[in-house]
Ligand binder design. Structure first.
Ligand code: ADP
Ligand code: MG
Length: 260
């Protein structure tokens, strides 16, 4: 199991679209995929994928349901763990209340090849907690200066409060490759100078009207418009992530064979 959190300091930079589409693309490639809505108080994943949840993480937190009981089946067989919407007490979950919920999510994730968490914006307790338990942290930022400033602030908090040694930067909604490289370079220089953290360049996604169309249709763009530029690049990213997840499975398989 590889737990991948999709984070970003600012709202509206594309976290939910990245998490949902990576999950659907990974599932289309044959992986068993869990998609967790980590925006505990303002859920979006179910809306983006046009799903109707039977229950949410608020029910799990309150002890009314187990995590597997509120799963809802998404495109390509992705199992979605929905969050509640408009629940300020969920958004404010911290410390002692957060730990058991996180434990339940990690436990559930063990049954999958890969689990993606769509994190809330900002640098709240839940964001830091998800960053801390994840094997990979994808930070989504757009070329806007405000997004870059917030991504830097998030990396700083992740390093300090989550002990995160590294993160993968994904630049979203760029007009051309040069803009992606500029953005990446600017953030990389700041990080190299001020933070003891390895920031890897995971790649970039183009600004693509097809993604906006897919959102309106409440469908993942990789399903609705698989030939679009953004969908192709997300597919390639999913390949990269699964490549890194694969050795884990191979190692387990080899161990099982050795025992047999
Ligand atoms: N690559 C992109 N191309 C075009 N529009 C995008 C792209 N990424 C995000 N957007 C726009 O930004 C909106 C917010 O995206 P979302 O994934 O919900 O962001 P977040 O989860 O970070 O708040 C989308 O509904 C879409 O209109
Ligand atoms: Mg979102």
């Amino acid at each position: 199991m590889t737990l991948v959190s999709v984070l970003g300091g600012k709202g509206g930079v594309g976290k939910t679209n990245v998490a949902c589409n990576l999950a659907v693309a990974a599932a289309a490639r044959g992986a068993r995929v869990l998609l967790v809505d980590g925006d505990l108080g303002l859920a979006n994943v179910d809306v983006l994928l046009g799903l109707v949840p039977r229950g949410t993480l608020a029910d799990v937190a309150a002890g009314r349901a187990r995590a597997e009981e509120v799963l809802v089946r998404g495109p390509r067989g992705v199992d979605v763990l929905p969050a509640a919407s408009g629940r300020s007490e969920m958004a404010a979950l911290a410390g002692e209340a957060l730990a058991p919920l996180l434990g339940a999510i990690v436990e559930l994730a063990r049954g999958y090849d890969v689990a993606f968490v769509d994190a809330a914006p900002g640098v709240g307790a839940a964001v830091v907690a998800f960053a801390a338990v994840s094997a990979r942290r994808i930070v989504v930022a757009t070329p806007e200066p405000t997004s870059l400033a917030d991504a830097y602030a998030l990396l700083k908090v992740m390093r300090r409060d989550a002990g995160a040694p590294d993160a993968d930067l994904l630049v979203n909604a760029v007009r051309h490759e040069r803009e992606a490289r500029d953005t990446q370079g600017r953030l990389a220089r700041l990080v190299a100078r001020f933070l003891d953290l390895e920031l890897r360049a995971l790649g970039w996604l183009p600004r693509d009207a097809r993604l906006v169309e897919a959102v309106a249709l409440q469908r993942a763009v990789v399903e609705a418009f698989p030939a679009s530029a953004v969908a192709r690049r997300i597919g390639a990213l999913a390949d990269t992530l699964l490549e890194h997840a694969a050795p884990l499975r191979d190692a387990q398989g080899a161990a099982a064979e050795a025992r047999a």
